[in-house]
Design a protein around this ligand. Structure first.
Ligand code: ADP
Ligand code: MG
Length: 699
């Protein structure tokens, strides 16, 4: 029997640190028939690829629940049960009394004020208050996992066994406090993502026979007409069929300048209809919309781990045995059980576990709000390390909306005929140059028949057959390769246009050169400033890499003060990326996805321009810029660098804390209670250190 792999998505509640996600991932991964598991902490979701003939969904749900987490949407309010609340209150009260008692003891007022807390009460506080922790440890052990909480539990048992009941109660209190803080911290780092999700449209005004009615977004189907009123959020991706309005696309692009939209224009879900109202024919709804996909990509970004995270994972794996050994050695050498217990309690593996994901989630989330879509922690680190930037020309550095500036006929052809031949051949090409030719021909009212056959030679040109004639349009190099005779006069004209920075296309009918068409495209105005910023960031090499001619490339390159490689076919662009990588460079490639998607994929980071609404580029790139703004390129690099620096700081901080803490504890300098109290310090430090990524300064 052939086995079918199915994909299931589980909503999981109750994960409060990356350790938990890892834990669930491993437990599910051990089930027979489970092929792939991905647990997303920030999205609170697990994606499982499994063989339905070997394992069932309820089985998987049970495994997750046995670990102590909840599955399913169920009750969204995370209300802890009353008993748990009372237990926590009891623990807090006892802990506070013990703290008061300690202070009183210091001041010599103990007998006068209240006396000691009776041992049974302290023990009760340990058992009741520590119950949630003990349960987690127990559930972990049942699936043969020793968690960080297990170390602390051994520490508590140790404290109880040497009759330090009050210390044990305080330790439990501080542990619970650290857990609480950790949950709070992870919540906080999700803030940017949550804000994004909040923008997801939930209802729409559906236009029907008798007026409009408000319906949940799930009921809208492609083809339905929805009505959007002033100030409302556009609920679907679609085409305007009536009305006009100023539309603010900031949620998608980070650009708050509204754009005027009228009949025939495409609009995207989650953008805001400002002045005016619209009727929209629905094309895509919900998760299929551009916005829906952005949200999904951002949520999933956490899963592709930065390579530094692997260091953290390895560290955590060795951590527990090392700490246990350190505690044992402490006891054997010093015979001081208190010091051994303190070693167990100072250990704080969770800080190391959250150091990276916190930063990834916060950075990816806040970048998304600016219109920069980073598809994972992996690319944050790659962005940080970029030292070489390759950039495509047409559609990337330029607007990609070229205009025909000159049509010259040769060999006795008519000018109109040259343009018509070219436009017929280009009718089905999606290249920006093609649309320029077609547009020009239409504006001169030339009749364009459909070619009988048509093929694209990427980076070279096109060829088509029409009325029995073979038409070829493309770069001079292409036509030359095809064996067309190019007279010196044509060569001179071509290089004159190219000297002015205009792309020159030759047109041939069968084996005869028919003419020459010059096309000019405009440089995006912010490019020079972006180059200045990239140089200031210390990018070693900036290189224009284009399929266009030598002269066009060199002219643009010298204007931008960057290097260039001209006449590069798509596969040569990849080779150039590989060549630089072999030299040890970290290469970023900026492109528009037309003719350069393979190079985007080969680069360490592929950055695609202007992808709002175009699916190919959104899928192909590692970093997608939702609006055509070159200043977003240096900004993305800055975001990467800041994130990577913060990750390193966080990791250094947690490792240092643990090393110093364990040293002090084993020397008997740190009491168990202080050790437990210190637990939250690295978490708080990491939270504060990572929070700066959420309020990123505009540069
Ligand atoms: P870039 O690398 O600047 O984005 P391309 O690789 O898309 O440019 O194209 C390189 C060259 O190939 C163009 O300058 C043009 O001469 C030729 N070419 C590509 N596609 C076409 C087309 N559809 N029609 C005519 N010429 C084309
Ligand atoms: Mg291009």
């Amino acid at each position: 029997m052939r086995s079918e792999v199915e994909i299931a998505e589980l909503a999981i509640k109750g994960m409060d640190c990356a350790d938990c996600a890892l834990h669930i991932e491993q437990a599910l991964g051990q089930l027979p028939g489970v092929e792939r598991v991905e647990v997303l902490l920030a999205a609170e979701r697990a994606t499982i690829a499994y063989d339905a003939s070997k394992v069932s969904l309820p089985q998987m749900v049970r495994v997750v629940e046995e670990l102590g987490y909840r599955v399913g949407e169920g009750d969204r309010s995370r209300k802890p049960p009353l008993a748990g609340l009372l237990g926590t209150a009891f623990l807090v009260a006892v802990a506070l009394l013990i703290l008061v008692e300690m202070v009183a003891e210091r001041l010599g007022l103990l007998e006068a004020v209240l006396g000691r807390i009776p041992a049974p009460i302290a023990i009760a506080a340990v058992l009741i208050g520590g119950y949630p922790i003990f349960m987690k440890v127990y559930q972990g052990l049942r699936s043969r996992k020793v968690t960080a909480h297990a170390l602390m539990t051994i520490g508590i048992l140790g404290a109880l066994s040497i009759r330090q009941f009050e210390s044990a109660a305080l330790i439990v209190f501080f542990m619970r406090f650290a857990d609480f803080l950790e949950g709070f911290t992870t919540e906080r780092s999700r803030a940017a993502i949550k804000e994004l999700v909040k923008l997801t449209p939930k209802v729409a005004w559906l236009k029907g026979e008798e007026g409009e009615r408000e319906v949940p977004i799930e009921e809208i189907r492609p083809g339905n007409i929805v009505v959007v009123k002033p100030g409302e959020r556009i609920p679907v991706d679609g085409r305007v069929v009536a009305g006009s309005a100023a539309v603010d696309q900031a949620p998608l692009t980070g650009e708050s300048m509204p754009a005027e939209k009228g009949v025939g224009d495409e609009v995207l879900a989650a953008s805001i209809c400002q002045a005016g109202s619209l009727q929209i024919e629905t094309m895509r709804v919900g998760a299929d919309t551009s916005f829906g996909r952005i949200v999904k990509l951002v949520e999933e970004a956490e899963a592709s781990k930065a390579p530094v995270q692997r260091f953290a994972d390895r560290f955590t794996a060795y951590y527990i045995p090392v700490v246990l050994a350190a505690a044992a050695v402490t006891y054997l050498v010093s015979r001081n059980p208190v010091a051994a217990v303190a070693v167990l309690l100072v250990a704080c593996a969770c800080a190391i576990a959250i150091a990276t994901p916190m930063v990834v989630v916060a950075s990816v989330g806040s970048a998304a709000r600016k219109g920069i879509l980073i598809k994972g922690g992996l690319y944050l680190e790659a962005l940080a390390k970029v030292d070489t930037l390759l950039m495509d020309k047409t559609g990337t550095l330029t607007f990609g909306e070229p205009r025909v500036t000159e049509v010259l006929a040769l060999n006795g052809f008519q000018e109109e005929r040259v343009l018509m031949l070219a436009a017929i051949a280009e009718r089905f090409s999606e290249h920006p140059l093609a649309s320029a030719l077609v547009k020009e021909a239409r504006s001169r009212h030339l009749a364009l028949e459909e070619p009988e056959s048509f093929s694209v030679l990427a980076g070279r040109g096109v060829q088509a057959r029409s009325n029995g004639a073979l038409i070829r349009v493309g770069s001079p190099r292409f036509l030359e390769e095809e064996g067309i005779n190019i007279p010196d006069q044509a060569r001179a004209l071509a290089s004159a246009f190219e000297g002015e920075g205009q792309t020159t296309l030759l047109v041939a009918q069968d084996s005869q050169l028919a003419g020459l068409i010059a096309v000019a495209d405009q440089l995006r105005p912010e490019v020079p400033q972006a180059m200045t910023q990239l140089r200031a960031l210390g990018i070693r090499e900036l290189t224009l890499i284009t399929g266009d001619s030598e002269r066009v490339a060199s002219r643009l390159a010298s204007r931008l003060e960057v290097g260039y490689r001209a006449q590069m076919l798509p596969h040569e662009k990849i080779q150039e990326v590989r060549r630089l990588q072999a030299l040890g460079r970290k290469v970023a490639m900026v492109g528009d996805g037309i003719n350069d998607a393979p190079a985007l994929a080969a680069a360490d980071v592929g950055i695609a321009m202007g992808v709002a609404g175009t699916e190919v580029a959104l899928e192909a790139a590692d970093v997608a810029l939702m609006r055509d703004d070159w200043l977003q390129v240096p900004e993305a690099i800055r975001i990467g660098r800041r994130a990577f620096a913060t990750i390193k700081e966080n990791l250094a901080l947690s490792v240092l804390y643990n090393v110093i803490g364990i040293a002090l504890a084993s020397l008997g300098i740190l009491s168990p209670v202080l050790a437990a109290a210190g637990q939250s310090l690295p978490d708080v430090a990491i939270m504060l250190n990572s929070a700066k990524l959420l309020r990123s300064p505009r540069s």
